[in-house]
Design a protein around this ligand. Structure first.
Ligand SMILES: *[C@@H]1O[C@H](CO)[C@@H](O)[C@H](O)[C@H]1NC(C)=O
Ligand SMILES: *[C@@H]1O[C@H](CO)[C@@H](O)[C@H](O)[C@H]1NC(C)=O
Ligand SMILES: *[C@@H]1O[C@H](CO)[C@@H](O)[C@H](O)[C@H]1NC(C)=O
Length: 401
């Protein structure tokens, strides 16, 4: 009996500890955010525990939770939804049924999930793409690229590039009745990283230059150089996405070597010979004053890692490492950043750098937003803020594509 009481007490304390989080009291739908966060904390605790017991790998639990949200393709009165393959990449297509004389715009949507989990099949992404296709009478193509750690960088990127290039062929666009002058690439979180990189690479390729009319980045991850920017410190423990979980999972895209994850957590992973890249992600130069607060810029410690990871210095991993002459070629861009998000500063810095380079940027900073907000725009965990971002997203497309 006493033993049971002890165990019960232990778990209560554990639970209380994990439910307690520094969520600002004034955040909208405080309790819902708290529950979402507690769920994530418990998942991450289990991931750590099960991994140390040798039962499963750290990422497995997140893969499983996200896969629970997968849906089948369901058509409705306005759109045909099918799962198929384009250029050997699995995709879900949303094709409007209405007869139309005009060619339709198209959106290629690249889902998030830290490069290790997630699918276009997830309820949240399916409903975003469905609503976009339905409300705007546009074609939506959502690819499932290969995931880490089984397929590390550049597999995901290669899949996205190959899908986009395949889709951009004249005969394919004609088959779906798509207007070649009105194509947008969009993505959230790690999908935002892939979106930004795909857009940069296509712009740099004479054959594909100016074929993308716009890009949309929803709370994107844009660099793997400095993991102690102000937002990474301020929102280290979430809500929802903690710095540790974000790094442990997304690091697998670069390597499944635990030494790298440890170094990135300490922010001493960048090699000495990459010093010249620091200027591209120097938050002290690019973050608006309001977000700097009392943080003092300190350079990441260089040259601590013995092994070499060329991907760390690659702008195809960290699109913020592109120089100004590469950035100035980019198309019209819509960026959503959330205040309560470790990735806030990645997005804010890209906004500044793109604007400095003369790229037309629409930027919405969501004061009440948490990372992944659009993933909480469907029941049972919907947040008003998720619904509002979804509305903004659709409105921007309506006005700009
Ligand atoms: C189909 O389109 C009509 C007209 O735009 C709209 O009223 C209806 O809600 C749409 N159906 C679905 C399932 O979204
Ligand atoms: C970062 O920016 C600050 C302020 O402009 C500057 O003092 C510092 O030398 C910069 N550091 C690097 C590595 O670019
Ligand atoms: C920008 O980067 C590209 C690709 O790495 C390079 O070819 C070009 O010379 C760079 N431009 C400047 C001004 O540094």
């Amino acid at each position: 009996m006493e033993y049971k009481a002890l165990c019960f007490g232990f778990f209560c304390i554990l639970f209380a500890y994990y439910v307690y989080i520094p969520i600002p009291e004034n955040i909208e739908e405080y309790w819902k955010v708290r529950i979402i966060h507690a769920g994530m904390e418990i998942a991450s605790l289990m991931a750590t525990l099960f991994e140390s017991m040798g039962l499963m790998k750290f990422e497995d639990i997140f893969v499983m939770i996200m896969a629970l949200q997968n849906t089948m393709p369901v058509s409705d009165e306005n759109i045909t939804v099918i799962d198929t393959e384009l250029s050997d990449i699995p995709v879900r297509l949303y094709l409007p049924k209405r007869n139309s004389e005009r060619q339709r715009p198209a959106i290629i949507f690249i889902h998030g999930g830290t490069f290790t989990a997630g699918s276009f099949k997830m309820h949240c992404f399916d409903s975003l793409n469905r609503e976009t296709a339905n409300k705007l009478d546009v074609v939506v193509v959502a690819p499932d690229y290969r995931l880490a750690p089984q397929y590390p960088f550049p597999a995901a990127l290669e899949d996205c590039i190959s899908l986009v290039k395949f889709f951009l062929q004249e005969k394919v666009l004609a088959q779906y009745g798509v207007d070649p002058a009105r194509i947008c690439i969009s993505g959230d979180s790690s999908g935002g990283a892939l979106t930004a990189v795909v857009t940069q690479l296509l712009q740099d390729d004479p054959e594909y230059k100016n074929k993308i009319k716009a890009q949309i980045l929803l709370y994107p991850a844009l660099q793997a150089i400095d993991t102690l920017m102000p937002s990474y410190q301020e929102y280290e423990h979430g809500p929802f996405l903690s710095r540790k979980v974000a790094i442990m999972l997304s690091c697998l895209y670069l390597s499944d070597d635990k030494q790298l994850a440890k170094a990135i957590l300490k922010n001493n992973h960048v090699p000495e010979e990459s010093r010249h890249l620091l200027k591209f992600v120097n938050w002290s130069d690019f973050l608006p004053e309001k977000y700097k607060k009392n943080y003092v810029y300190t350079e990441p410690v260089l040259g601590k890692l013995k092994a070499s990871y060329p991907a760390l210095a690659d702008s195809r991993v960290s699109p913020l490492l592109a120089n100004d002459s590469q950035l100035q070629r980019l198309p019209s861009t819509y960026i959503v950043t959330c205040e309560h998000d470790i990735l806030r500063d990645d997005g804010l810095i890209y906004v500044t750098r793109l604007r400095n380079a003369g790229v037309p940027v629409t930027h919405d900073h969501i004061e009440d937003g948490i990372h992944g907000a659009v993933s909480f725009a469907t029941s049972p965990f919907y947040l008003q803020i998720g619904l509002r971002i979804k509305e903004k997203y659709i409105r921007w497309l309506e006005e700009n594509l």
